[in-house]
Ligand binder design. Structure first.
Ligand code: SAM
Length: 355
């Protein structure tokens, strides 16, 4: 029997792709091949997670950070940034408002800020959970005891991107940190029963296509419930200011490949993609994405969570963010999901418990 071509392998159900297929598709400039990739991702997305799009309300409650990530506009070395911390009551009030507006998941994100103690964060989680929403944390690397207490307090999910699977590149971009430690944190989180999210940045200076393929294979082997894939956006006040942004077409190909490799994973159409290309989010929804993260951080804080330039300029309030997204999605032919959208492993576990 003759071996199937790459296009035929893309058409298969489910598509089976080797590492070299992935690299070939990442490098592709063949319009027909790229179109086939996006069509396959759209088909697999529909079958794996349906047409519904999950809206997540993200509250970026502190831009203080102890890390020195070379790409990030809130890294600790940045002097020309107004720093802020929201009070726990403000965080909880914003989360409750998001729940009233219709959001089923609240994402609490910050720089790696140890000002918020283990107990303070646990209190915030308990108060937010009482509003009946799922809670995703994205607070960076913390001790195991912190992760454990927060899980006991009711946190459902944790988002911690590994950023790149290339350990040498990781070390260059994250002074004082290692990829191994990042992955240890992800392991600890999974062992505590969190639904984990992780992912990469596409277009980092010095990142090879081979290493993007390894990023995708790492996401799959970690068994993440959410894969966050976004472009590198250079910030003028960081060591990477003169570098070029991640290319939209490449980000979309990574996203589509993620969908083919992980049919049931949650894949956000990221805000960063919307920043590098006006139609980036709409294109992402047609290339496998099924989640939108909406920034509901209140003024005057929002504009200062400036991980890349141009972020946080949209002044929509919580209720408007929900309504605008619903209208925009209707225009894309995609309904808003009404449930919290627990990940595929959680769904599998629930199915096993019922059986
Ligand atoms: N401190 C937490 C952590 O490290 O996971 C969460 C906050 S961190 C700012 C959230 C994400 O922002 C990072 O995982 C990184 O992928 C992304 N990020 C930061 N600066 C970026 C940039 N200039 N371009 C693209 N993504 C960026």
């Amino acid at each position: 029997m003759s071996e199937r071509t790459l296009l035929e392998r893309l058409e298969a159900d489910p598509p089976t792709l080797s590492r070299s297929d992935i690299i070939q598709l990442l490098a592709s400039t063949d319009a027909q091949e790229i179109e086939s990739l996006f069509c396959a991702a759209d088909r697999v997305r529909r079958r794996g997670v349906g047409d519904q799009v999950h809206l997540r309300a993200i509250i970026e409650f502190s831009n203080h950070c102890v890390r020195r990530c070379a790409y990030c506009g809130i890294n600790r070395g940045r002097r020309d940034l107004v720093r802020y911390r929201m009070a726990p009551e403000e965080i909880v009030a914003t989360a409750r408002r998001a729940a009233r507006a219709g959001f089923r998941t609240v994402v609490l994100q910050s720089g790696d800020d140890f000002h918020y103690s283990r107990e303070t964060v646990a209190d915030i989680i308990r108060a937010v959970k009482s509003a009946g929403v799922a809670v995703t944390l994205s607070l960076g690397e913390r001790p195991f005891q912190d992760y454990r207490l927060w899980r006991q307090a009711g946190a459902d999910r944790y988002l911690l991107k590994f950023e790149t699977a290339d350990a040498a590149l990781y070390a260059r971009l994250h002074p004082g940190q290692t990829l191994a430690q990042r992955l240890r944190c992800l392991e600890e989180l999974a062992s505590l029963g969190y639904q984990t999210g992780s992912g990469n940045i596409v277009g980092l200076p010095g990142q090879a296509l081979q290493s993007l393929a390894d990023d995708l294979l790492l996401m799959r082997s970690l068994g993440v419930e959410m894969a966050a894939i976004g472009p590198f956006v250079p910030h003028p006040s960081t060591p990477l200011s003169g570098e070029v942004p991640g290319e939209t077409g490449l980000v979309l190909r990574v996203l589509a490949l993620a969908r083919l490799l992980m049919p049931r994973v949650h894949l956000p159409a990221t805000t960063a993609l919307g920043t590098v290309a006006g139609d980036g989010r709409a294109r992402a929804l047609r290339a496998g994405a099924n989640v939108l993260m909406l920034d509901v951080t209140p003024a005057p804080y929002r504009e200062h969570y400036e991980i890349y330039p141009g972020k946080g300029r949209d002044g929509a309030g919580v209720e408007q963010a929900w309504q605008q997204a619903g209208r925009w999605l209707a225009g894309q032919g995609r309904p808003v999901a009404q449930d919290a959208g627990d990940g595929h492993l959680a769904a599998t576990r629930a199915g096993m418990a019922r059986a």
